[in-house]
Design a protein around this ligand. Structure first.
Ligand code: IPD
Length: 326
């Protein structure tokens, strides 16, 4: 019911705040153990999928730009979120990055049943270096669609939240999108004057075979080709890579980013961000830019597709006549 949904939303917002504060407690770890030499992060499957000890909930140290920071971690952030959900909603399913990653299966797991999809720390590499773009990301998914999303970036004290039918919000008071640019986001091949955000991803192979190089090159080409209302390109204002997929989506919902793209994300990387973006009126599809984004109309993308393209909410010039595609 509407009322139940509202209660779940309130619970999710509070949970996001609490979990984010816990992350900050880890990040504010003590500094006195500089140079202790203790290894601060363990490796998951490979060297790039870092699992910080904060993820694992161990008493730990955190590395900040070569300085060893002592932390007195109390418990695993994901365990905190999971336990809180299980206590309140025992019948709901839970998918969390750390829990799931420790499992064997990497199959697509979100089904029709009410499911919480949680990344206790999106932007793990940022967090490890204390670059502020990290957050807790909590989504409530029903029938494969994210209908509630909460993203809390505690370092910046920004909480993004949305519940289907209730709007998307920054810090619970400012409705998203905050910025409605007059330039339409979608004339082909891409908007002039846009900020294009993408994630470079990670090359997980021991011997890189040029994947990263190809990706960087394709982004550079996209940026070079993008924009110019005459289609001649060269008017992209900038290309950004935050290191947190879910925050990328929140900034697209805000209207700060025009476009975001990443291939290879997991459900927990994107589901809360998708809920927020869709509720703000943005588009998300599984298309590949730049060829497909002009046709992006899918607003209820199926989670688990790995490949996502997000486009900011329409500007004032489009809202009357609907979105233009060329
Ligand atoms: C990662 C971040 C990153 C994206 C990766 C994700 P994590 O999540 O969102 O921006 O490029 O695909 O796996 O590991 O920090 O939770």
């Amino acid at each position: 019911t509407e009322q139940e949904l509202g209660e779940i939303y309130d619970f999710a917002v509070q949970l996001g705040k609490d979990a984010g504060r816990l992350l900050m407690d880890f990040a504010r770890a003590r500094w006195e153990d500089q140079g202790s030499g203790e290894q601060l992060f363990s490796e998951k499957d490979n060297a790039v999928d870092i699992v910080t000890k904060a993820d694992e909930g161990m008493y730990t140290l955190l590395n900040f730009c070569g300085v060893w920071i002592a932390d007195y971690a109390m418990k695993d952030v994901e365990a905190f979120v999971k336990n809180s959900i299980e206590k309140k909603y025992p019948s709901h399913k839970f998918i969390g990055e750390e829990t799931y990653s420790k499992g064997v299966s990497r199959d697509y797991l979100i089904g029709d049943e009410p499911t919480w999809c949680v990344d206790p720390l999106d932007g793990t590499v940022n967090y490890t270096h204390l670059f502020p773009m990290f957050c807790v990301s909590i989504a409530f998914v029903v029938s494969g669609k994210a209908i509630i999303g909460v993203i809390y970036a505690p370092f910046m004290n920004q909480i993004f939240s949305a519940c289907k039918g209730r709007g998307a919000w920054l810090n619970e008071t400012q409705q998203l999108p905050l910025i409605r640019k007059p330039i339409p986001p979608m004339p082909a091949p891409a908007p002039g004057g846009c900020i294009f955000s993408c994630e470079w991803g990670k090359d997980r192979r021991d011997i890189p075979d040029g994947n990263m190089h190809r990706k960087v090159e394709s982004f550079v080409n996209m940026a070079a080709e993008a924009g110019g209302r005459d289609g001649k390109g060269g008017m992209v204002h900038g290309v950004r890579s935050l290191g947190s997929a879910t925050l990328d989506l929140a900034y697209v919902a805000m209207g700060a980013f025009d476009i975001w793209w990443e291939g290879g994300c997991w459900e927990w990387d994107v589901s809360a961000g998708i809920a927020i973006l869709q509720e703000a009126g943005g588009l998300v599809t599984t298309a590949n830019p730049p060829e497909d984004h002009q046709n992006a109309e899918i607003t209820d993308v199926q989670l688990g597709s790995r490949l996502y393209l997000a486009i900011r909410p329409a500007g004032p010039s489009e809202t009357e006549s609907g979105r233009q595609t060329q």
